[in-house]
Design a protein around this ligand. Structure first.
Ligand code: ZN
Length: 92
């Protein structure tokens, strides 16, 4: 069981839910890659010390990397222009 906590709230994510999310992610990336469609992700970086995922506090106080949106497949950042272009696939 992994617990992702935020100020005032705590959400427990079961191992089964994480495994299902990983499988869904892999399937969606594969489908997007075949269709040459971008797979946009918003990534946020949290600092954790010590890095213990089962008790990590993920809230506004330990954000170190603001949300960055980019394509997981081609690694291009989201812009209005890149959003209109087909995904080029894995970066070369
Ligand atoms: Zn892409």
């Amino acid at each position: 069981m992994t617990r992702w906590r935020q100020t005032g709230t705590q959400e427990a994510i079961s191992s089964q839910a994480l495994i299902a999310a990983t499988a869904r992610f892999d399937a969606e990336v594969a489908a997007a890659t075949r269709a040459r469609e971008h797979y946009w992700l918003a990534l946020v970086g949290f600092v954790v010390s010590p890095p213990m995922l089962d008790s990590a506090v993920l809230d506004h106080e330990n954000i170190r990397v603001a949300p960055v949106v980019g394509c997981y497949v081609c690694e291009e950042p989201w812009t209005e222009l890149t959003a209109t272009r087909r995904c080029k696939g894995e970066p070369r």
